[in-house]
Design a protein around this ligand. Structure first.
Ligand code: HPA
Ligand code: ZN
Length: 326
């Protein structure tokens, strides 16, 4: 109990959060009515009951269906503001937020509509309560690399407000190598790079993310532990892993929270962090994720402190900004 309260009170950064995955059933229902979008659910309870997944694809099908209610700039603003307020309650001082432009442009909502609403909320949170945030746009890996290039083009006028690019959606069958050229183009524009790897995909995909995409940070990375040489390399290179415990449980990446590799990662000197991924779908925000691992794993007070410290070290804040937080 003590350790859970300690984790809640510590200043933290969140580094793995899909803004579309913070769409709570209540807001989904409200936006469906506001925008007159048909949804196959009659109540908030029915929506919540549909959130049972046996793998990543199960979840993605519902996740893409859910974001269909996001239509206007105001919708993206409301969504982002709700997340920032909720994260603030968990003492999240800085957030690096993913969004999926292709999840919107492919249904006729423009890149500009989505990003305008998001960045307005980010500015307001900074002004109102001093919370800082950076934006990372993800490419959907189940789509062709050519579509990712089009998305990078749409981002051209927004590059001063985009920190980096990421890679998400269906992992197996869509290795990082498929996106080597567009990641190179992103780096040439001064963008940071991250990628989901080793969530369901094999350790080889983690190697590819490092060697072919030159990622600055690794999202999930769980399956790296199957490869000892890779694990040693990640420790040596101080590569940050954005681990998402409740997500891993809900998507059956782990069989039980007691089997979660987070404690092992810390003992292996990996720079692991705790994040919520898609909090509305997976059952909780950052503090809920800390609570879940503290209850299931033999984490010490020192471990919890390290996890919070790692979240700032692994962030894209400047060295000076990091020092101010640590
Ligand atoms: N993995 C892959 N794609 C995603 C995820 C995830 O956990 N969340 C949203 N898109
Ligand atoms: Zn994710």
């Amino acid at each position: 109990d003590d350790l859970i309260a300690y984790a809640q009170a510590l200043p933290k950064a969140e580094l793995h959060l899909h803004i579309e995955g913070s769409l709570e059933p209540e807001m989904l229902f409200k936006l469906a009515q506001r925008n007159k979008v048909d949804i196959p659910f009659k109540s908030v309870e029915e929506i919540r009951a549909a959130y049972e997944f046996s793998n990543l694809q199960d979840f993605l099908d519902i996740y893409y269906q859910g974001m269909n209610v996001l239509r206007t700039e105001e919708d993206f603003f409301d969504l982002t503001m709700a997340y920032l307020n909720r994260a603030r309650a968990d003492n999240v001082r800085h957030a690096e937020i993913f969004f999926d432009p292709q999840g919107h442009t492919e249904r006729g909502v423009s890149f500009d509509t989505a990003i305008s609403g998001i960045v307005t909320a980010l500015s307001m949170a900074k002004a109102q309560f001093g919370m800082t945030a950076k934006l990372i746009m993800c490419f959907l890996r189940h789509l062709p690399e050519e579509d990712a290039f089009k998305t990078l083009e749409q981002a051209e006028n927004w590059l001063d407000r985009i920190e980096g690019v990421g890679l998400d959606s269906s992992e197996v069958g869509h290795p990082p190598s498929k996106f080597e050229r567009v990641f190179k183009a992103a780096r040439e524009r001064g963008l940071k790079t991250v990628a989901h790897a080793g969530e369901e995909g094999p350790p080889d995909y983690v190697h590819e993310a490092l060697d072919l995409l030159a990622v600055d940070r690794l999202d999930h990375g769980n399956r790296s532990l199957e490869d000892d040489a890779l694990t040693a390399r990640l420790a040596k290179e101080e590569m940050t892993l954005t681990v998402c415990p409740l997500s891993n449980l809900k998507l059956c990446v782990v069989d039980a929270m007691t089997a979660h590799p987070l404690k092992r990662m810390l003992d292996l000197d990996l720079r692991a962090t705790v994040n919520s991924d898609d909090p509305s779908y997976f059952g909780g925000y950052v503090s809920d994720n800390f609570k879940a691992v503290i209850e299931a794993l033999p984490l010490t007070r020192e471990d919890v402190k390290t996890l919070a410290k790692n979240s700032f070290l692994g962030s894209f804040l400047s060295e000076g900004e990091k020092r101010a937080q640590l």
